[in-house]
Design a protein around this ligand. Structure first.
Ligand code: ACO
Length: 311
């Protein structure tokens, strides 16, 4: 009976055990997971664009090899996440279609331009640093396939974060012009990185339910605060200034107080009106169209193999 199924589900969540694909789950739980995992997958795939633009312009063979590896990792993350979403009964082709038609979102952060090579370092340090803060707790998410995908993704994210920090350290030891490039990139990426964590808690419609279901383990504001606490000492070590006059250590809590991000800007970017939204979507659509022949060939090949196996 349905009450019994709901009770089993509630008990699994209460005992911090995992829900697996064949288990019964409420429709709302399934829908929330598809929404969050798909948005996450789309972010990884669209996120290849801003840094991908620098692969052909990397300043050395070493930097190029690192960047290439990182962007390929992002493609891999997208694929593990689409696979996790498929265990909930929605296939990847359908999810891609929803993205392309603008019915599903991807992270606001990837709608900002990468103007100099310092942006590659700052994306690694701040954007991937924020991703780690947000995603390490997701390794304990209540849905098994999502949590397990996160374990590997987080390991790779920490390599991404470190390559970014190392790149910036190298530039900071360089010329004045290089140091200025780093500071300029930090100035442009700081606030958008804080916005990655989503709207403030009192304006986050999904948080309460997602936390009750243990899909999310912490609120948007708590994770944002953890990110600031982690990043300020790193900025000091690097020798850059974070562009927030209200940022200071709170002697009582031992944590940092900081200013308020421009929430109107986040809303605009999520709605499609950020600096690069149109360009990102145009590239994504054309990559999808250009790949049509590969999908057709793979389908034809699979059909032939299946026919041969039946003989
Ligand atoms: N960019 C785009 N959309 C956002 C963002 C953002 N930075 N923050 C929140 N939103 C959207 C939410 O998806 C939601 O829209 P929807 O209901 O239409 O899906 C709406 O704004 C309201 O936000 P919340 O109620 O706070 O939504 P939610 O509980 O899903 O929390 C969060 C948002 C924190 C991003 C959560 O979905 C999450 O942890 N996702 C997994 C991580 C992820 O997607 N990372 C992608 C970028 S990191 C990287 O890939 C390097």
């Amino acid at each position: 009976p349905p009450e019994r199924l709901q009770e089993d589900f509630d008990a699994t969540i209460a005992h911090d055990q995992r829900i697996e694909p064949r288990d019964w789950m409420p429709d709302g739980y399934r829908g929330t997971l598809v929404r969050q995992i798909a948005q996450h997958a789309h972010s990884e795939i669209i996120g290849m664009q801003p840094e991908g633009e620098w692969i052909g312009r990397a300043p050395s063979l070493r930097r190029k090899a690192i960047l290439l590896a990182k962007v390929q990792d992002e493609a891999g993350h997208g694929l593990y996440l689409y696979s996790a979403a498929e265990t909930l009964g929605t296939d990847r082709a359908e999810l891609t279609q929803r993205l392309i038609e603008g019915r599903q979102k991807y992270s606001s952060i990837f709608n900002y331009p990468t103007l100099t090579f310092a942006d590659v370092g700052v994306i690694g340090w701040l954007v991937d640093g924020a991703a780690i803060c947000n995603q390490v707790p997701l390794c304990r998410s209540s849905y098994g396939p999502y949590a397990r995908a996160m374990v590997r993704i987080c390991k790779e994210e920490s390599f991404h974060q470190r390559q970014g920090y190392e790149l910036l350290m190298t530039m900071m030891r360089g010329t004045d012009a290089q140091r200025e490039m780093v500071q300029d990139a930090v100035d442009r990426w700081w606030w958008p990185s804080l916005m990655m964590f989503g709207p403030p808690d009192d304006a986050s419609p999904n948080s309460a339910r997602s936390m009750a279901w243990k899909i999310k383990r912490h609120s948007n504001d708590e994770l944002r605060r953890r990110f600031v606490d982690m990043t300020v000492p790193q900025a000091e070590k690097l020798g850059v200034t974070l562009p927030d006059p209200e940022l200071r250590r709170n002697e009582q809590s031992g944590r940092y107080d900081f200013g308020t991000p421009d929430w109107d800007e986040l809303t605009r970017v999520i709605k499609g009106d950020g600096p690069c939204n149109a360009e990102r979507m145009r590239r994504r659509r054309s990559a999808h169209e250009d790949g049509a022949w590969v999908r057709e060939a793979a389908t034809a090949h699979a059909a032939k193999q299946a026919a041969r196996a039946r003989k």
